[in-house]
Design a binder for this molecule. Structure first.
Ligand code: SF4
Length: 477
């Protein structure tokens, strides 16, 4: 963006007041005061624990690692069309939401998605929060198979009755050594630090514990989660950073140490040298380790329409892989580097679909894969008509904002209809409908989109609206 002058926020910047509704007290970069006793259970929605909104009930379907098959996407689209508003929303943690449900509709949705394999354990539905690179299992230079780790961790989570009591906000991350998805905001992270070697971090702190096989790594992660369940009994903490003794308390309980904080990713523990890491967002046509390609496209304002869903599900006929990206995007993987042509391969005469056709098909329905797209870094809460707190159509404001700039400029801006700032990616500046803004590190539930969420307490705001809003850490949450 050349300048923010003329942007929706330029006219009437004012300080944002913290919410006075009992939302969690926040402080500094970590957000919540360690040791504070939670007064209520978290109200994070799940597949069948839907949350109320202005347009009906909202169901959130967890997709560990953003994994979803074309057949599952087809069923999700059908469920959204027949029971909900017709669209499917992406969250900043690569989960999906269906809105506009009735109470009966939630039950029907649960039954249909269970049959589709999207509700493998009703008791663990809300705790299957695992973020990973959407290129996991395909990324060049990966130190471990992140896809395999995600699958194993998900299965281990669902098999452990004790872990069903984790908060619906407790976050796992799996980092295969390429895209740095694991941050200090993830409660338990498995971070590959050398070929076949995975370090266990809790809230960004090294435990000094390593796994040298997927089984060992998953065993460490589930042990850390169990230790958290026990350590949080008194405080009701939702996150490791909220424990009275912080992450160090958990490290000690695990028998790990010495500890070392990793507030910024890219550094590795002890022996292996720090590696140059990719940015946290990867958009465009990207190479896979096997020579094929992955096309990473943005989903404007995180909303997949029926047209989007039909195109994405249709790629399944060509054997392409689908992943939801933790920046409200989609990745179509396993695409051959060919242009559309008649080929004489396994099936003579079949028109092979290659990268050009995939990019064109995505573009035609409004899913840009241009790495300079003006949609990069722009997000919005659900807003008017969908949330009872919303008094303005901030999604239209966000569209207007994008229309005024020709390309991505490295900024990150989240438009919200109230100071709660639901769905704000960490590092993104918050812009309200009346022009107020805040640049804040305070805690935000990046998945939240309904008034049932606790909200954000911006720690700083300073008029006038800044000309340059640096996207310092476009993280997953
Ligand atoms: S920020 Fe959250 S609570 Fe506020 S209007 Fe948007 S969705 Fe509703």
């Amino acid at each position: 963006m050349d300048s923010m002058a003329g942007s929706p926020g330029a006219a009437a910047a004012r300080p944002i007041e913290p919410p006075a509704d009992g939302s969690p007290t926040t402080t500094g970069a970590s957000g919540v005061v360690p040791g504070r006793v939670r007064q209520r259970a978290d109200a994070c929605p799940g597949t069948v624990d839907a949350a109320p909104a202005d347009d009906g009930l909202v169901a959130r379907v967890r997709l560990p690692g953003g994994r979803i098959s074309p057949a599952q996407l087809t069923e999700l689209a059908a469920v959204a069309a027949t029971l909900g508003t017709g669209s499917v929303d992406l969250t900043a943690r690569a989960n999906v939401q269906v809105r506009g449900l009735s109470a009966d509709g939630v039950g029907e949705l649960g039954r249909r998605l269970a049959r589709a394999g999207l509700l493998p354990s009703p008791t663990h539905d809300r705790v299957r929060n695992i973020v990973a690179s959407p290129f996991a299992g395909r990324a060049p230079g990966a130190l471990v198979d992140g896809d395999e780790l995600v699958t194993s961790l998900d299965a281990a989570l669902c098999a452990d009755p004790e872990l069903a009591s984790l908060s619906g906000r407790f976050q796992f991350a799996v980092d295969d050594g390429t895209l740095p998805v694991a941050t200090a905001r993830h409660d338990v992270a498995l971070v590959a630090v050398a070929p076949g070697v995975v370090a266990l971090r809790v809230a960004g702190v090294d435990t000094g514990l390593y796994g040298t096989s997927p089984h060992e790594a998953v065993t460490l992660a589930t042990a850390a989660a169990r230790a958290f369940v026990r350590a949080s009994e008194a405080s009701g903490a939702w996150h490791v950073r909220e424990l009275p003794g912080g992450a160090e308390e958990l490290v000690a309980a695990l028998g790990g140490g010495p500890v070392r904080s990793h507030e910024s990713d890219g550094a590795s523990h002890g022996g292996p040298a720090p590696r140059t890491r990719q940015k946290r967002v990867a958009v465009g046509v990207l190479p896979q380790a096997d020579g094929r390609l992955g096309i990473s496209a943005l989903v404007p304002l995180g909303r997949l329409t029926q047209a989007h869903l039909a195109v994405l599900a249709g790629f399944g006929a060509h054997g392409f892989r689908l992943r939801i990206a933790p920046w409200r995007g989609v990745v179509v993987g396993d695409v051959p580097e060919v242009e559309g042509r008649e080929v004489g391969g396994r099936e003579v005469g079949v028109r092979e679909v290659g990268v050009r056709e995939v990019v064109a098909a995505l573009d035609a329905v409004g899913l840009p894969s241009d790495p300079g797209s003006p949609w990069l870094g722009v997000s919005a809460c659900s807003g008017l008509g969908e949330c009872r707190r919303a008094g303005a159509d901030v999604r239209s404001l966000a569209r207007d904002f994008v229309a005024r700039r020709s390309h991505d400029d490295g900024t990150a801006v989240h438009f919200a209809a109230c100071e709660r700032g639901c769905g704000r990616p960490s590092g993104a500046s918050l812009v309200l409908a009346d022009g107020a803004f805040a640049e804040t590190d305070a805690e935000t539930d990046a998945d939240a989109d309904a008034a049932t969420m606790p909200g954000v307490s911006p720690t700083r705001s300073e008029p006038p609206y800044p000309a340059h809003l640096e996207r310092s850490s476009w993280t997953t949450g």
